[in-house]
Write a protein that binds this ligand. Sequence first.
Ligand SMILES: Cc1ncc(COP(=O)(O)O)c(C=O)c1O
Length: 438
Amino acid sequence: MPGHKGKANIYDVTEISTTDNLNSPEAEILKAQRALSRCYGSVQSFFMVNGSTGAIQAMVKYASIESNYPILVSRNSHKSIFAACMMFGVDIITAEDEYDDTLQTFVFDETLYIDLINKNNLSAVILTSVDYFGRVIDLAKIAILCKEKGILLLCDEAHGSHFNMNDLLPQSAMRYADICVHSPHKTLSALTQCAYIHVSSTSIDLERLKSIIYSLQTTSPSFLLLESMDSARYEAEIGAEKWAARAEQADNIRTRLNEIEGIMALDAEWARAAGCSDKDETRLVIDVSKIGSGIEIGKMLESKYGIFMEMYSFKHIVGILTPQDDISWDEKLIRAFTEISNGKSLKQIQTPIYPKAGERRISMHKAFESRWEKVMLKEVAGRVSASLAGSYPPGVPLILPGEIITEQQQEYMLTIKNLGGSLFGIEEGYINCVKGEL
Ligand SMILES: Cc1ncc(COP(=O)(O)O)c(C=O)c1O
């Protein structure tokens, strides 16, 4: 193996005596993982080949073995966190973060979490910092409380593997979390599908975590991915100045975008207004709501200017800047926004109100294991969902399995669909719902 004998790709090798084995590393992979751990200042770090999704599954499974208590999960979490809890039968308590319809983002309220941690027996708290908008939360108080109560603090920092590279970028959550997950394919130069798990606390049972990681991962990991994770770490380590330069250029892009009529590039103040402590300079968040919807203008950037950004929502367009960007891209972006703004008359768009979560009828796990039927999205209100569903990106579910789908949620998703946005959990206009009476 591989069957292509090097013809498809000479570097696509398998576990032989001169390589190593990801599921019991003793040579090159072990050395590379140790270099990774040194770079991030962790107790131990691991390569993962199924994205942060796989790394989150490992974290959740670890927490569920440590204790039978539920995990506290923020509503503003990526679907992979809910999906891991659903599949492993882990009970969750959802922190219902408020959604601010003016800012068009979730708001982080530390007191909500402190209260829930004080009132409940929990095995772990999972928080996302940094989120898709580059917003970082201050974990200090929550970390102290979790430590006092013997609760694990797990962090989804998928979008933050470039943090700590220099002072212009936010501090990594690794400072507070017991275990942290990174997607180096999102902001570093690793190939798509790569992830790191970092253990920051000496109280984590490394043998148990390793056994979970080795059980969840393929026995045939791609060496292309493994090599790229090692290279991405090396490039990040030697590239601190490039990150500083890109953060400064990002500031310049924001200033220039803010000079264009109807365009607003958001900064850390905007993140603070939603309870966050900081914002990643290299995450471009552009409010276009004065000239149209983010989805409409995002599509225009793609079709007319060949510019592909990361995320389009009703109000925002989000872009990820890295040192790998071609500098001419910055000029192209400014030109495109200038032209779009010139060609559009100013009109405030009406954005739909973000719907509240429906009432929970059964646990996510029970809904997942129940009998299902497909229901058309336009007729789904009142049914109990068997699926995680919402818009992608950012992949934060609007609907969780076991919850009743409300009319407002149905309408919200239909609006996204009609505007040409992308949804997950809906296939060909249908969503899986629990079958029969409950
Ligand atoms: C916040 C967050 N966490 C986790 C994930 C999952 O990461 P991956 O695609 O590497 O599996 C994503 C993906 O977009 C994400 O945005």
